[in-house]
Write a protein that binds this ligand. Sequence first.
Ligand SMILES: [Zn+2]
Length: 82
Amino acid sequence: MQEYKMKETKALERIVCNGCGRIIAVKHGMPMEGVLRVRQVWQYMSGKDGQIDSFDLCEECYDRMTKQFQIPPATTDAVELL
Ligand SMILES: [Zn+2]
């Protein structure tokens, strides 16, 4: 005998770039292109104490944002774990 219970699951369906509003496709919970996910918990010493901000940027918006930096982001190669 098999018994089943209805279960509600939360699955990532799509990502919307906060920079340009473009929809980034997601398959099996994985974005189909590069996405920067930011989640910032503002601490006591900031003017936003206790506030949590989050946003997503597509790769184009990421490139546009980082080109405005006075100092470019540090870049290293990710080590692939086997
Ligand atoms: Zn974008």
